[in-house]
Design a binder for this molecule. Sequence first.
Ligand code: ADP
Length: 394
Amino acid sequence: MSQSGVTPSRTPTADLSAVLELILVSAIEILKGTAGAVALWDERARRLSLRVASGLSREELEALHPALDSTIMRLLGQTSETISLYALRGSSGFVGGRDVARRILALPLRRVNHLTGVIYVFRPASAASFVPGDIHLLDVFARQAAAAIEHVQAQANLIAERERLQELQNTFVSIVSHELQTPVAIIKGYAGTLARDDVTWAPSIVQRVASAIESECDRLTRMITDMLDLARIQAGRVAMTMSKIDVGDLLADTLEFARARSDRHTFRVGGGPSFPTLRGDVDKLRQALHNLVENAIKYSPSGGTIEIGAAEMGDRVHLWVADQGIGVAPEDRERIFERFERVDTRLSRDTPGVGLGLFIVKVIVDAHNGKVWVESRGPGQGSRFVISLPRGGS
Ligand code: ADP
């Protein structure tokens, strides 16, 4: 019974269409109509959107729908919230060479002053007009129908959320198995090499292999830390310990961390010479800066300068990490802060990571009522990650 010309649904479930069709058929039957349609309120588009129809051709529907929508919305705006039915005095149009004059009853579906949708019931112009009795009869029906629709929509949302979580879990399992297995395989290979009793390795080789093992262990530790953080975040445990933070000390600490991480890059502090104080959780902000520094190193493989800086901006403090690396394209600048999101480049495919570092930064910054974003002139032109925090009466 659904018309193919009907706008596609936003909460698409066979169940919702079935419920809507049932509601429509009942409304047409109760009102002794010959045709009808149901439009639901689309919160995102802020308009009614047709979902099912009966007894109307696609062209009739397309011709009627905008006119009906604007009439009903105008009436709803003019009348008190408790009125739930309108007999539109008759609408006519010339569709496909046919006069389609009809009597139309528009029945808004409401739940607690909230418009869920509208049922339209049509009678031919030659049939009897709709009378107040029809209206009362349908008032109860309208409430029941609105409740049923909301129930189905809530269920559809629940199913969509469950599917999203399932997908996240699948992504997690595949990333983790790949990202954890790689360093383990490397460590095992190196350890096996060192353990061979038929070869005597030169001390320089032993040292190189040992340091490779060490860096793979670091990589594993970082990934495990990220995942434990994610588990804590998902369990809703982002406990904050607020104190007065000397931003100069925070930068000095981050600089020390950065220098220990890479000798291929030059590091410098930007924004000084003096630095403000702010109120925040020093361990969490340190972790956020460390994550940004790790990324600046990872995603500027040909070296260059990395700046770790801070400056007071009115009642806020900006902290930043800027690199001269691969940059971030405009279309990726928001999504990289979501969990498991990575930009798919040859470099990122070869660069270890699970796509959690920036998500963790964002959670930490959100917990401080701050904002984080990336600025970049484009691929190959470096990136500047900025954390903007309220000073918080330090
Ligand atoms: P990971 O580094 O583990 O992939 P992140 O959440 O830290 O995860 O980063 C997500 C993605 O954002 C990275 O995969 C990379 O594509 C991009 N990105 C992060 N930092 C930078 C940077 N400094 N320069 C360029 N791209 C970056």
